[in-house]
Design a protein around this ligand. Structure first.
Ligand SMILES: [Zn+2]
Length: 156
């Protein structure tokens, strides 16, 4: 018998775990991006002249015209806040002691946006269009991960 579930809260759940593991690799362009982030503290994007569009992080190909791209543009560290959200609940539904603020930022020189933590927000009201800058972990502590970026700090 098939039941049509119209309310997500009505879905039956069986607690348990699946023994599945995966490893996600950054790919050719992602490797260049993360190496530059770790070793040089810079953010690399990829420019498609055909589409007049700069991706960040760097891409191996253009998602619009499929042209081969390179990690050929340094973007940021300044940027503009395009959107934001404040999370009061963790990914497993647990209430958070301290809310998490995430910002969607268009880095200077990029068309694509990057999602990361907004730092030192406290209770300050946020506005779309505010200026931010990337905050990196200290050089000796970077490992070549997106967490080498601590987040964005408001500068305006
Ligand atoms: Zn293109």
């Amino acid at each position: 018998m098939l039941e049509k579930i119209t309310r997500p809260a009505d879905v039956r759940r069986w607690p348990g775990d699946f023994p599945v593991r995966h490893r996600y690799t950054p790919g050719v362009a992602g490797e260049v991006f993360f190496t530059a982030l770790r070793d040089r503290g810079i953010l690399l994007g990829s420019r498609c002249e055909e589409d007049d569009y700069t991706y960040v992080p760097a891409r191996l190909f253009c998602e619009r015209c499929f042209a081969e791209l390179a990690a050929d543009v340094e973007v940021g560290p300044g940027g503009t806040l395009v959107s934001f959200t404040i999370g009061f609940v963790g990914v497993d539904g647990e209430p958070l002691d301290v809310p998490v603020t995430l910002g969607l930022v268009q880095l200077d020189g990029a068309d694509a946006v990057l999602l990361h933590h907004l730092l030192e927000v406290d209770d300050r009201p946020l506005e779309i269009g505010e200026r931010v800058e990337v905050v990196l972990r200290p050089a000796g502590e970077r490992t070549g991960s997106i967490l080498d970026i601590e987040g964005f700090r408001l500068t305006s």
